[in-house]
Design a protein around this ligand. Structure first.
Ligand SMILES: Nc1ncnc2c1ncn2[C@@H]1O[C@H](COP(=O)(O)OP(=O)(O)O)[C@@H](O)[C@H]1O
Ligand SMILES: Cc1ncsc1CCOP(=O)(O)O
Ligand SMILES: [Mg+2]
Length: 272
């Protein structure tokens, strides 16, 4: 049974966003060359402090002084995958939360293998679009006798299966954004179709989740708050945009100036 979110819950989510603005957490990003600038500016507009650091020679030292790590395989190569694994393992031993964005998982055997290897390093959260999450779910549990064909026909079913298999919170975005830990499910119906016409908004959603992970140990609530604020901001930005160009710019301004009342008025979230 789904229930609309209570005003108290909305306040809890907004309080986390306000905490990002207060603390300006350092968010270490190992991400793709296409979206590096976009996602850094999205994090700055939200109130976080981004750092795009991917050298094998410094990722372990850098992640150790960060409050969260974002790993995004959009433009992967062997160097970046090695650096991502090192940073993820160091984050794990240091108790630093990290999120994986498995961009294009399944497009090539190389990319799928990299994404799967990273899911096995214990991300707090995995965020992808429907096809990426469906692909990873189809390979979930292989070798452990888990029948991954059950329940992975839909994006939400796949997200649930992947969450159970990895122990991570899984977010699958699209017309409706779902967040699940394998048991609980939250659905967020904000955003705008125009967002798919700007490269890097999925990667930006992942980066925003990273910023929220930096301010609470509760990965499920952090992911919910992040996709809620990003979806509301995307919707408001699309309402004032002429097209993808002005949407991309408007999104930064909206993230920067969003208020609790804007957020509470616009948020369309159900939990079950
Ligand atoms: N049809 C849609 N309606 C509203 N929002 C959407 C739609 N498609 C994508 N979005 C939003 O755009 C952002 C990018 O999501 P998505 O396109 O799923 O990721 P990716 O860019 O990684 O493929 C997310 O915040 C998502 O909520
Ligand atoms: C176009 C492109 N190519 C490799 S990574 C990338 C950006 C993908 O960004 P998003 O997943 O947010 O759409
Ligand atoms: Mg993506």
């Amino acid at each position: 049974m789904t229930m609309p979110i209570e005003p108290l819950d909305v306040k809890q989510l907004w309080t986390l966003v306000a905490t990002v603005r207060e603390r300006a957490p350092l968010v270490h990003n190992i991400t793709n060359f296409v979206v590096m600038n976009n996602t850094a500016n999205v994090l700055l507009a939200l109130g976080a402090s981004p750092a795009m650091v991917h050298s094998l020679d410094e990722v372990e030292d850098f992640v150790a002084m960060s409050q969260a790590l974002v790993v995004n395989i959009g433009t992967l190569d062997s160097q970046q995958i090695a650096a991502s694994k090192l940073a993820a393992m160091r984050a794990g031993t240091a108790g630093i939360p990290w999120i994986l964005d498995p961009v294009g998982a399944g497009a090539t055997p190389y990319r799928l293998a990299a994404a799967r290897a990273l899911t096995r390093l214990g991300p707090s959260v995995i965020r992808g679009n429907g096809s990426e999450i469906l692909t990873l779910a189809q390979h979930a549990g292989q070798g452990r006798g888990v029948d991954s064909t059950q329940g992975s026909e839909t994006a939400l079913g796949a997200a649930r299966l992947l969450a159970i298999d990895t122990g991570s919170v899984v977010a699958v975005t699209g017309a409706v954004d779902y967040v699940t830990d394998g048991a609980r499910v939250v659905a967020i119906e904000n955003g705008h179709p125009l967002m798919t016409r700007v490269t890097g908004l999925g990667c930006s959603a992942t980066a925003v989740i990273g910023a929220l992970l930096a301010v609470t140990p509760d990965a499920f609530t952090a992911t919910t708050a992040a996709l809620a604020v990003f979806g509301v901001a995307g919707e408001l930005a699309a309402a004032q945009a002429r097209g993808p160009g002005s949407l991309q710019v408007a999104l930064l301004d909206v993230l920067y100036e969003l208020t609790h009342s804007d957020f509470a008025q616009r948020l369309k979230l159900e939990k079950s």
